[in-house]
Design a protein around this ligand. Structure first.
Ligand code: UDP
Length: 324
């Protein structure tokens, strides 16, 4: 089995490489390192290339026979997507179309695609399952939903088999502490909280405490990155026997508020973590919590991490070892 991992230098992509390599899968990795990290590509053959450059895709596919593609390349920040929508539609939609065309040209018929909870917009039910209305409220979610639609059309027209995995909030790090979450600039809550605990990041800001939630701060469903990687492996196996375009929501089914995340990080780190309350961040829904019953039932997914503290503890181990 030879898998092309697009975006293997990124947070979730690098954890995927580690898991696939442990399973003996042959790996090629395509990355342009716009947001990913060279040092995170510790497994597989690196091909530097850009989805917006069809020539570099051709270089990646020529002379190799991939059984499947896992596609993690994307711009993925809600606020940035509102400020720079063209970049989001270009990278996430046009870039993916280029990849799909290269796959078709080289007769690669299986894809596991990174989608997002942002395809749903404001929730209309307590837990979001796959049938929840899809009404994205920011260009990031809209760009991913467009790709999901393209994948459905590609299944009908070209027989492409695909699984879109809609991540809720990816969190944590490999328990060995060799890879973790690092963005430049960092915008995600858990890394920002832990860097504040280490005294190595900017002062922590909480974006909004007037949401209609129990403590007024946004509620999210944090799912461990290794559990996400496990779901990708299961999704790939699912495509052996299942034609068509499929989608699964991946979260652990429990919502935690921003304040609860800060409290858990204080417990894990033993540090007092101060913060200021700032205005709401544009494009943030108040609550996003998954129902992942379908992934459990159909894929046999069984996330190892359900509580918040062990997830934060794995991230803390990694952050503490960084030369900030
Ligand atoms: N958040 C925050 N301070 C930060 C980063 C994030 O208050 O420094 C909030 C953010 O407004 C959202 C939640 O934490 O309600 C999770 O944000 P994150 O960027 O981690 O993930 P997202 O839900 O946008 O994918």
């Amino acid at each position: 089995m030879h898998v092309l991992v697009c975006g293997g230098g990124g947070y979730i992509g690098s954890h995927m490489l580690k898991k696939l390599a442990a399973g003996g899968v042959e790996l090629s990795v395509l990355d342009n390192f716009s947001t990913g990290h060279r040092e995170a590509v510790r497994w597989g053959t690196l091909i530097e290339g850009d989805l917006l450059d069809p020539a570099s895709l051709e270089r990646a596919f020529a002379g190799r026979r991939f059984d499947a593609v896992m596609h993690f390349c994307a711009r993925s920040l809600v606020g940035e997507s509102i400020a720079q929508p063209y970049d989001y539609y270009a990278n996430n939609v046009s870039g993916t179309l280029n990849l799909l065309q290269a796959m078709r040209a080289h007769d690669v018929r299986r894809l596991v695609f990174s989608s997002t909870a942002a395809v749903f917009g404001q929730p209309v039910s307590e837990r979001i399952d796959e049938d929840h209305p899809k009404a994205p409220i920011n260009p990031y979610g809209a760009s991913k939903l467009m790709v999901e639609r393209i994948l459905a059309d590609a299944a009908s027209a070209y027989g492409l088999r695909s699984v879109a995995l809609r991540y809720f909030n990816a969190a944590g790090a490999s328990p060995d502490g060799d890879i973790g979450e690092s963005h430049q600039p960092e915008t995600h809550l858990i890394p920002n909280v832990l860097r504040a605990a280490l005294g190595s990041g900017p002062a922590l800001k909480v974006f909004g405490d007037d949401y209609p939630t129990p403590d007024g701060t946004c509620v999210r469903d944090y799912v461990h990155v290794d559990d996400l990687a496990q779901a990708h492996q299961l999704a790939l196996a699912y495509l052996d026997d299942n034609a068509g375009a499929h989608a699964f929501n991946l979260g652990n089914g429990h919502g935690f508020s921003v304040r609860e995340v800060i409290a858990a990080a204080q417990a894990v780190s033993g540090q007092e973590i101060g913060y200021t309350v700032e205005p709401r961040r544009p494009g943030d829904p108040s609550v996003l919590v998954a129902s992942s019953e379908k992934a459990r039932r159909v894929l046999g997914w069984s996330p190892a991490y359900t509580a918040l503290e062990p997830i934060i503890a794995s991230a803390w181990r990694w952050h503490r070892a960084q030369p900030y």
